[in-house]
Design a protein around this ligand. Structure first.
Ligand SMILES: Nc1ncnc2c1ncn2[C@@H]1O[C@H](COP(=O)(O)OP(=O)(O)OP(=O)(O)O)[C@@H](O)[C@H]1O
Ligand SMILES: [Mg+2]
Length: 298
């Protein structure tokens, strides 16, 4: 049975047990409709089925977050396209991590809206609901299970995916093994599957954690300073990995490493004092006098 959620545009996900009228139940039958069916009061959304009909996966509008009167985000407006690989740069304290906190529901904005696809207002969903809807976040410090093998880490990540109904003790089927093998190849750890994760290099642990996120098949990946502490070679491999993920996933990458951003080659957004200062390709934002002022003036 496909699990479905009733997303009310005002109140978020409806309480469990809410029964749909027969007409809506019929309209929501598997295979009918695309991403959601309007009931007049609400949209029916399958887990993982986000309305991407306008080609935008994330839209932040006038997001403001204050800490004791200080505005970490100040009417931040930003749109990320489906499949895009966007880099976010900006000096320390610009609000980059706070922006990710808002997207993932960790921080509630004072005002503004944050849409995932056309219909899901992230400011009204819990952190768990947001993860479930398909947003995966990688924090700076790798958090892999050091005592377990690389393979087991990926297996655990798959089994803790709430969308997949399977027991931690259930045997993997061939399809599961294939998925793990695919991810192992992507993160270049296919030769290390049986190695204890704690013995991996810092860069490899970061890749494993990205692999663990990928097991949950997120539509949008948020990566906060993913190459901090990596060697130059690991950094280059990471850029290749992200380039291979773009298109299938949308990625928002926060980084200070300009060589890495250059290799990624996508659109760059410069944040400063909680708002967008400049946006464009790396060369154009690096030549923007306002950006130079902000970086040199700090
Ligand atoms: N929980 C909090 N309480 C108070 N102030 C906070 C909190 N979180 C962030 N801030 C402040 O908000 C501002 C933005 O912080 P944020 O961590 O988003 O910046 P950043 O762009 O990620 O910086 P960095 O490049 O150093 O990681 C900073 O001035 C920070 O001190
Ligand atoms: Mg930060």
């Amino acid at each position: 049975m496909i699990k479905r959620f009733l997303i009310d545009p005002v109140f978020g996900i409806a309480p469990p047990g809410l029964v749909l009228p027969p007409r809506e139940r019929a309209a929501a039958a598997p295979g009918q409709g695309r991403d959601g069916v309007s009931t007049g009061f609400a949209h029916l959304v399958e887990p993982g089925a986000v309305d991407l009909s306008h080609g935008v996966i994330l839209y932040l509008e006038d997001i403001t977050v204050s800490f004791d009167g200080f505005k970490a985000l100040d009417k931040l407006t930003l749109a990320i396209d489906v499949g895009e690989l966007r880099c976010i740069i900006g000096p320390n304290g610009a609000g980059k991590t706070t922006m990710m906190d808002v997207i993932t529901g960790k921080t509630r904005p004072d005002s503004g809206r944050a849409f995932f696809g056309q219909t899901l207002d992230l400011t009204r969903l819990s952190e768990a609901q947001i993860a479930h809807a398909g947003i995966g976040r990688k924090f700076q410090k790798p958090t892999v299970f050091g005592q377990h093998t690389v393979f087991e880490n990926l297996e655990l990540a798959m089994k803790t995916d709430k969308r997949v109904r399977c027991s931690l003790f259930a045997e993997l089927d061939d399809q599961d093994r294939d998925r793990i093998a695919d991810v192992l190849r992507l993160i270049r750890l296919d030769g290390q599957a049986q190695r204890q994760a704690g013995l991996l290099s810092h860069g490899q642990k970061q890749w494993l954690e990205i692999g663990m996120l990928l097991m949950q098949e997120p539509r949008l990946l948020l990566l906060d300073e993913p190459v901090a502490g990596m060697t130059d070679e690991e950094t280059e491999r990471t850029a290749e990995l992200f380039l291979s993920l773009a298109g299938k996933h949308s990625l928002v990458v926060v980084e200070h490493d300009m060589a890495f951003i250059k290799q990624l080659g996508g659109k760059v957004t410069v944040l400063h004092e909680g708002r967008v200062l400049a946006e464009g390709d790396l060369a154009s934002v690096q030549n923007d006098p306002r950006v130079i002022e902000v970086y040199l003036g700090r």
